[in-house]
Ligand binder design. Sequence first.
Ligand code: 5AD
Ligand code: SF4
Length: 434
Amino acid sequence: MAKKLFIKTYGCQMNVYDSERMAEAMAPEGYTLTDRAEDADMVLLNTCHIREKAGEKLYSDLGRLRPLKNAKPDMKIGVAGCVAQAEGDEIIRRMPMVDLVVGSQAYHRLPELVRGPRHAVDTDFPVEDKFDLLPKRTGKRGPAAFLTVQEGCDKFCAFCVVPYTRGAEVSRPVDRVLAEARDLVDKGVRELSLLGQNVNAYHGQLEGRDIGLGALIEALAQIDGLSRIRYMTSHPNDMTDDLIAAHRDQPKLMPYLHLPVQAGSDRILKAMNRKHTADDYLRLIDRIRQARPDILLTSDFIVGFPGETDADFRATLDLVEKVGFGMAYSFKYSARPGTPAAEKETLPDAVTDARLSELQALITRQQRAAQDAMVGRETTVLYEKAGRLPGQMVGKSEHLMAVHVTDPKGQVGDLVRVRVTAASTNSLAAEPVA
Ligand code: 5AD
Ligand code: SF4
């Protein structure tokens, strides 16, 4: 009998991609996806460990699943992702209702674990590429897809667990990436977002040459039927000349860049082990804007890093003022066990909370200004789904803004030139250009 799999994905887009691949790995075992945990024969929680709240969500969700597991003892519960990687069998010790734990590098072994004894834990970092061992991409999919090209991180920012949970930087071979991309395009994909914790550190070999992300993007751009390419997330120190040139030369590369800076104070950047100054970042932004003047920049910020003074925080606001972001995420610092910064004394919550609101207000103003600036302008939208109103299509602009287009003839997958008629902080309204 067909079995049902419910997957809950926490955290980043790389987890979204991993969840898709895990669903595909479970398909040969007879599992099809359901979006209701109540109907599931197996519940898989694909976790994120990057910030405190992300990790705690796992335990509160497990608590909520307990009555269901009591009522259906045969239902399997699996924990995957970065919390699984970081905590391993500790999860089962704390929550014996969990049947299996699979770390972020062992997904190809998921079917085996499900068939095997209860309370199996696999958090190895195997040498083989898990993506090669997972089944080929299956199923019908939307016109925009993710493709993980790189995993792990060697940067060791003082606050971050990624180098520990996802391990060292590894790039997937160019031919595998190209093959998966062609396969996705054959299945109707028109936009690819290349993913990696440090995606612009990508390196591979093409026709006997060492190449980076810029050349990989150029190679992908040769695929007929692929219209748009994006990538995330990047480190400022890996923005090579090649990659900046691709923003100038490659029309399929969208004018959008997520480039976390984390803070604007050199003292804090140093304590964070970021290995760049605020000025390095600003000069880099200048070069990127020279290459692609209409590029929309987004970033990540951490507020309340240990030792952050009011003057340090003002330097962050100052950097934000100077750059002008289209959008940015800002997070309250949370100590992650095992990271160097976790040893340091944290700031009072009230101080961090007040700074976070001030930064978020500034970022929201900038986001609103970037959205408003689109009104009256033309852009191209890739339709991803029908809108809530009749005759309306929803998709993303070149700058990754959500756009609602009045277009009764529109179909999912259409790439349509539109004129923006109205803006709010989070979306645009538009009409096709006649
Ligand atoms: N506390 C708060 N934010 C963090 N991030 C990573 N680690 C932490 C932490 N310990 C944020 C960074 C990173 C984003 C994905 O999450 O801003 O860029
Ligand atoms: Fe974490 Fe990103 Fe720093 Fe790597 S570059 S340690 S993933 S914040």
